[in-house]
Write a protein that binds this ligand. Structure first.
Ligand SMILES: [Zn+2]
Length: 74
């Protein structure tokens, strides 16, 4: 599963605020995600995140905002 910083993850479960979309802020052993609905941030284990992802919306349109130091585990 190819997930990068800045991508939007559409999850199977929805957040209590009603949003299913989370922005990827940081990637490592854990992901840091920000809820697109209410701005709440969480840390979630990579495996758990991947299990819950329904769809990945690539951050192509936001590429100029992306930090150069994308840190990715493979
Ligand atoms: Zn939320």
């Amino acid at each position: 599963m190819d997930i990068q910083v800045g991508d939007i993850l559409k999850m199977k479960k929805q957040h209590p605020c009603g949003s299913r979309e989370w922005e990827v802020l940081r990637i490592g052993a854990d992901f840091r995600l920000k809820c697109a609905g209410c701005g709440h941030q969480i840390m979630i284990a990579r495996r758990q995140a991947e299990k819950n992802v329904k769809q990945i919306i690539p951050a192509i349109s936001k590429i100029s905002e992306k930090p150069l130091a994308d840190c990715r585990d493979v």
